[in-house]
Design a protein around this ligand. Structure first.
Ligand code: ARG
Length: 445
């Protein structure tokens, strides 16, 4: 009963490759310190590698009475090779060992996640290229605001995901520090060359305080935060796609492979992948908050509470990796009804700001222009007519600065193409941005 409560092997076995990698480096440092003969070190290495192969192939029997991955592997090694195995744990504690395993594991997963994020970015860019001419209404407060290119909307997410990658790379910088040699809390009287171990394991730095090294999990929190934010971005994209796929909008079609029917209502096609990506984001956030809450009251240094870090890490990584992969596939298969989005974007109200700008360019102060157009919009709504259906005479009732060239403003394509500042959605800008992202994502896969 107690064992069932305290064991972690049922989940931390997943760290085995990193535990073995760390032990091999540790054995090398022991050899360098004269504590193992070259033969003993070689026996340890080959013993660990055979254990690794057995685990890879599912032939290794983990024992929950041996509690965790560290003790399972060490005990198997000793029962296979005898006394050299029993020397492996010299000048090491499970406290620095587990900190090392986690850092190696998270470093590996960070790289993997960055690749998956890039793949999703590529899918978004590809969809944008496919629908380069598609115009949609841009929304604020979920009210139609101004016309934009669909690709511009997609590229907004490409930018968010780029920052997500930057954040992971930044978190990796703090993950990438080597804790071995910190022992249980205060290092060891036996001197090992920590920098040598760091070099063997590809770390750029060693941790600088043994107490900090065994009790620090802030690198995990940062990592979980970075993952939560990727989730939040996916969740917002999901919300857009769910809305756009609804009968009310009818802008896009999500492939049947990424949707399901209702068991009751034959007409339904539900955007389940989007909904689950949105839903699972709750879990990603929960996992971060769960670890923060676990850490907040812990006295220095290691406490067993910290074993609780693993399941949240595994869960966030598993869920996000799956979500990113499924999502990239789904994005590539989205179909857009460009006629329908163009019609929605041709809602004349969307050009009200452009009309105000027209007046400004003729010397009317913006606030006055805004007020005049406000009244003009009310006039149109009352009569149920669009701007284009009004006469110049009618326009001039709201401002005498209107001239016959005002009708040129009432064109969505022109409205989009006049937005040429850096970051604005003119067709030329968006085409250049797609091109630039393509090149960037080719260079940094
Ligand atoms: N399974 C433990 C964990 O995940 C390993 C470290 C245990 N250390 C100890 N002194 N009990 O945190």
């Amino acid at each position: 009963m107690v064992q069932r409560f305290t064991e972690s092997i049922s989940f931390d076995w997943r760290l085995y490759k990193f535990d073995i990698q760390g032990s091999i480096a540790h054995a090398s440092a022991l050899e360098k310190a004269g504590l193992l003969t070259p033969q003993e070190r070689a026996q340890i290495e080959s013993g660990l590698k055979s254990i690794e192969r057995e685990i890879d192939e599912g032939r290794f029997a983990f024992r929950s009475d041996l509690e965790d991955v560290h003790m399972n592997i060490e005990s198997a090694l000793t029962s296979r090779i005898g006394s050299p195995g029993a020397k492996l744990h010299t000048a090491r504690s499970r406290n620095d060992q587990v900190a090392l395993d986690l850092r190696l594991y998270l470093r590996h997963e960070t790289d993997d996640l960055c690749r998956r994020i890039a793949a999703l970015q590529r899918a978004l860019v590809q969809l944008g290229e496919k629908y380069q001419e598609t115009i949609i209404p841009g929304y604020t407060h979920l009210q139609r605001a101004q016309p934009v290119l669909f690709a511009h909307h997609l590229l907004a997410y490409v930018e968010m995901l780029a920052r997500d990658r930057e954040r992971l790379i930044d978190a990796r910088y703090r993950i990438n520090r080597m804790p071995l040699g910190s022992g249980a809390i205060a290092g060891s009287t036996i001197q090992l060359d920590r920098e040598y171990m760091a070099e063997l394991l590809g770390f750029s730095e060693v941790t600088r305080n043994s107490m900090d090294a065994v009790s620090d999990r802030d690198f995990v929190c940062e990592f979980l935060f970075a993952l939560s934010l990727v989730g939040v971005h996916l969740s917002r994209l999901s919300e857009d796609l769910i809305l756009f796929a609804s009968s009310e909008f009818h802008f896009i079609r999500i492939s049947d492979r990424y949707a399901t029917g209702s068991s009751l209502m034959p007409q339904k096609k539900n955007p389940d992948v989007c909904e689950l990506a949105r839903g699972k984001t709750g879990r990603l956030i929960g996992n971060l908050v769960s670890l923060l809450a676990t850490l907040k009251g812990l006295p220095m240094t290691y406490n067993r509470d910290m074993q609780e870090d693993k399941e949240v890490i595994f869960d966030s990584i598993d869920q996000l990796k799956l979500a990113l992969e499924v999502y990239a596939g789904m994005i590539l298969e989205i179909e857009v009804d460009s006629d329908r989005t163009r019609l929605a974007a041709s809602d004349p109200g969307l050009l009200a700001t452009d009309l105000a700008d027209y007046l400004v360019l003729r010397g009317v102060p913006f606030r006055q222009a805004h007020e005049a157009i406000g009244k003009l919009v009310a006039y149109c709504i009352e009569r149920n007519r669009g701007f284009a259906e009004l006469t110049l005479e009618e326009f001039r009732r709201f401002s005498e600065n209107f001239g016959p060239d005002l009708f040129e403003v009432l064109n969505v394509d022109r409205a989009i193409d006049s937005r040429t500042a850096i970051g604005a959605p003119s067709r030329k800008n968006v085409a250049a941005a797609l091109e630039a992202w393509n090149a960037m994502l080719r260079e940094h896969p």
